[in-house]
Design a protein around this ligand. Sequence first.
Ligand code: ADP
Ligand code: ZN
Length: 727
Amino acid sequence: MYANVLIQYGVKSLDHTFTYRIPNNLVGVVSVGVKVHVPFGKQNINGFVVSINDSKPESEVKEIIDVVTKELKLNDEMLELGKYIKEITLCSLISAYQTMLPTSMKVSNSKEDYNKYEVTISICASDDEVDNFINANLKKAKKQVELLELIRENPQIKKDINGSSLKKLLEIGLVKEIKTPIYRINYESVIDDAYILNDEQEYAFTEIAKLLSKPETILLHGITGSGKTEVYMHLIGEVINLGKRAIMLVPEISLTTQIVERFYHRFGSDVAIFHSSLSDGEKYDEYKKIMNGEVHVVVGTRSAIFTPIKDLGIIIIDEEHSQNYKQDNNPRYHALDIAKWRSKYNSCPLVLGSATPSFETMARAKKGVYKYISLNRRVGTSVLPSISIVDMTKEAKKRNMILSEELKISLMKCLENHEQALILINRRGYSNIMTCLSCGYTYKCPYCDISLTYHKSKNHLRCHYCGYTVIKDEICPNCHEKSLDNYGLGTEKVEEFVRSLYPSYNIVRMDTDTTSKKGAHARIIKEFENHKYDIIIGTQMIAKGLDFPNVTLVGVINADESLNIPDFRSGENTFNLLTQVAGRAGRSNIPGKVIIQTYNPDNKTLNFVKNNDYLGNYTYEMNVRHMLSYPPYCYLILLRVSSKDYNLLGNEANKIVSYLRKNLSSESVVLGPTTASPFKINNVFRFQIIIKYKFDNNISSSLAFIDETYALNKDIFVDIDVNPIRI
Ligand code: ADP
Ligand code: ZN
């Protein structure tokens, strides 16, 4: 028997399969999808078996050495899914599998045992032998005898005893250690009853339940607080009743904490969780639970879409509009595409839930490609919050640079009522520009084309692209005057200011800087939930999906931040972000209030947010996209060409453009090359080329040609992003 083994080869991970003989002792053990250890050149490496056959190859072949991690392997669905990822993202098959797998299973990983064990001690000799030992040693070795008696009385005693006595008993062979694998995450909880759905929820549930064995996509468009999560849980309950299983995706790690808690309370230990801040060991355990069919529900972030759950009966993507569902390095897959593929493969429905569906999704729902169901009321007596827009140009004249008069007053009232407030400022750090008032010197990254962000708590300036860091000087490094000043607002500065205004209240900041430690997300959310803090200040991390019933006030500092991003989606994204964050206010019986601070109070998008007008914003933006021909009226492909050599880069980028113009259909438009933003990262210059097309039979072959042409080029890198979320 012979196996074709896919290995990872070279920096760009090109695909190579090699044939190996399966030695007799491994026949039956080596199957398609397992990871094997094979000789390769002068070393031994790992690879995946992608096929097995009988026919003897023409040339001499080597033998497989062994199978690595027997219990985990790529199943048929995953093997097929890898091919699909390769096709849509133009990556190699091996990188597709690498992306799909947790560290413990990645091909390059050779650590074999990720299990965590509980070690117990038991007697392994006959009663007579034990008695004899005790009688003979009563005086000589009192400690050993006592220990032996303890073990005899407590079979399978936990190994928290140690020391020389135990060592001796093990040596003599009177007792033995037994290692049993245990799971690192074990959640035992009381299972609560499900809520009785209200009319709207019931309708949504029944309509979707009718489709449980069909590969349909359903858009569940429900305003914030309309009880979507409750509908998801009812659907999953139904799926489990039918003997099937479910995957539910959430966009942020910070969201998993609350949702998983709700799921544990509904489904107990039938839930596995999967997201990037789990340790490799925890991921291994959760993966094993999923693979062995020990759980019916998987909850997690983007990568959870790859978990090999069997008998998939439903996939749910919550906050489907979130950009976090697209991976922003290679392979640049979108979890929605993977979910659709799996929905077809398993013939099960895909539910996309959102208060602000992405325009692509909404357009498909309007065309009838997706089934459309809406929830228009908040659950119970709760109502949508009132939203006001504050003009900061007027406030600036009153020297209110961070918090407007209205936000200050509302905050005070909220705090006095023992309610909680949430403040969104979508930029981390203290300020994004540090400049000298005397000479105009500005701190910039020496390697990237951007200014450094000041982090006051660490007293340093950091590049948010490459991580370059310098300590802040007391005097200007250029003119040596003591006139350095900072501009722009970040979470740290807002935190400092809010603390100074409300010194007797508890305030917490949540951004990538305060959540880098493992478990920090969960801790902050839990503590805020328990009202340890009165105010939470954070980036978009706190904007989505969280359910804090005691939050009655939401403030948005600098709404312009997101509006000013030069991207055709900035209107859509700003509307989504602000509507989501507004939705955190007034989720129980006290009505909520939202204050949006901006320098552009007449901006259309902001006013759509104020009026809760999703459809207004959709119609307006879709008109613009139609006129300018942007998605969903066409498809986009972004080619990012980069190099350390500026001249070479210009030449090659132009060559690529000419090649595309020559080979693509005359209806497709090739824009560029133009400089990317930022133009330089880590001393590497970047250009971008954009292709706009509707139907073009030559796209795949042309892109594949470009990809292959530059695959082995060490001076020019071409990165192809199909359906980019940012341009
Ligand atoms: P969404 O996901 O649409 O923002 P949630 O599912 O988080 O809304 O629901 C908002 C709140 O209402 C939650 O605290 C939830 O427990 C509660 N809730 C949802 N459905 C019901 C129901 N049918 N009866 C009572 N409470 C409900
Ligand atoms: Zn940099």
